[in-house]
Design a protein around this ligand. Structure first.
Ligand code: AMP
Length: 415
């Protein structure tokens, strides 16, 4: 079922959102992006004349009640954002009466789902090595189903709008869907947008397609690189992984970040790219520093000959130009991971050159998806988030989707 086609009038909807928002030491919300992200879905339900049961996790309480991670702290912010009265259910497994009492237009916010170990379905207080672990896990899976069933009993319809947890098979993100008929479960608007954005870069590709993979290590990105190799025209590999490639090619990378056990993997990637006709773009020069700090001394040098005592901290001018060339002509762009240590203001030039080129290509009609952790922080730092086509809200979930993995939260609804 599509949310837009569903009339929520007179229905109770239980909606999984990602309200895992950052709080300051007084419990005040410091960034409400995630709350705002869910508003189109929540408002549609209320505007139709439905009532809302909102559920989310916050932080990692690991199956225990922790007042510092109580969703009660954000009740007023949610109420203001929805322009509606919000009642709070302090025990999400015992909210049946409160849910039953809801009238159209009313909202119930459940306590942090992860106060219950059943939400994640992992046994707590028992070591994986313990011989009793497997039994405990089995028992927990049964309890997880019961918990999901209880949550499901509160509502007529289930909506999942939490892309950030779509890669988890938790009670509220996937298991609960078993208790609703296909016509009574659906993705929310935010989820639909995320799924569409992923589809644009994995299936419905306009060419040329340039993917930019940065960040610190090749080992954490290998699954994505392998999946993209069959799809992209240009593959830019930048950031810390540059130096693993340079070393593999026989270069001297000085003190740069370098995965010595991944040199063969780097050569294998280069070979595969050649076989598949992918234009692999790896930086040729870098901005090297004599310490891992913003104020260190710097010099521009070839990535193949970085002096000992120096480390590559950003892409050099030739590399930036090569990156921009491969990006500006693209019609589909995926960017994950910075081209340098962008947290240091003196080493943002590589990431900035990429961001500028992505914005330029987007203005020329390209579809650009930025996502997966630090590249989002990067476009935000540059104030360019509104100038790319889509900034994903899901770090790990987006990365798994791009690796080609099925996300349980989406599969539970779409089958
Ligand atoms: P990731 O989480 O793998 O996407 O990595 C992001 C991190 O990579 C950021 O914190 C960057 O500071 C870091 N990074 C990017 N380029 C380099 C580099 N040349 N040396 C060390 N760290 C880097």
């Amino acid at each position: 079922m599509k949310i837009n086609d569903y009339n929520f009038a007179g229905k109770k909807a239980i909606v999984r959102v990602d309200f895992n928002v950052p709080l300051d030491e007084n419990g005040h919300v410091t960034d409400d992006t995630r709350i705002r992200g869910a508003l189109p879905t929540l408002k549609k339900i209320l505007a139709d004349g439905g009532s809302l049961i909102i559920m989310s996790h916050m932080g990692k309480p690991k199956g225990k009640v922790n007042p510092k991670m109580s969703l009660g702290q954000i009740k007023d912010v949610v109420s203001k954002a929805l322009d509606a009265e919000v009642t709070f259910a302090p025990d999400c497994a015992k909210a049946a009466e409160q849910a039953a009492a809801l009238k159209p237009g009313e909202v119930l916010l459940l306590e942090n789902l992860r106060f219950y170990p059943e939400e994640e379905g992992k046994p707590v207080g028992i070591d994986k090595e313990d011989p009793a672990y497997d039994e405990a896990k089995k028992a927990m899976k049964v309890a997880q189903k019961e918990f999901a069933k209880t949550l499901a009993s509160y509502a007529d319809v289930y909506v999942n709008d939490a892309f950030g947890t779509a890669h988890r098979k938790h009670a509220s993100t996937a298991v609960i869907a078993d208790y609703f008929q296909p016509e009574n479960k659906m993705l929310g608007y935010l989820m639909e947008k995320e799924v569409q954005a992923v589809d644009n870069v994995l299936s419905d590709i306009k060419r040329p397609f340039t993917a930019i993979m940065g960040g610190s290590k090749v080992s954490t990105k290998i699954g994505i690189i392998e999946n993209l190799m069959d799809k992209v025209d240009n593959l830019i590999l930048c950031g810390g992984m540059t130096y693993t490639f340079a070393k593999a090619m026989g270069g001297n990378v000085g003190d740069s970040i370098c995965e010595l056990d991944k040199l063969d993997l780097a050569l294998e990637i280069m070979k595969k790219a050649k076989e598949k006709g992918v234009n692999l773009v790896i930086g040729t020069d870098c901005v090297a520093g004599d310490a891992f700090s913003n104020d260190c001394n710097t010099q521009i040098c070839s990535v193949m000959s970085i002096p000992d005592g120096w480390e590559g901290l950003d892409a050099g001018p030739d590399s930036r130009k090569a990156f921009a060339d491969a990006i500006e002509s693209a019609k589909t762009i995926l960017w994950n991971g910075p081209a340098g240590v962008f947290e240091f203001d003196n080493f943002t030039a590589g990431s900035r050159a990429i961001a500028d080129a992505v914005v330029k290509a987007t203005k020329n009609g390209a579809f650009s998806l930025v996502g997966g952790g630090d590249s989002v922080a990067c476009v935000n730092k540059f104030g360019l988030a509104d100038e790319v086509s889509y900034v994903s809200t899901g770090g790990g979930a987006l990365l798994e989707a791009i690796e080609g993995k099925i996300l349980p939260g989406i599969a539970a609804i779409k089958g």
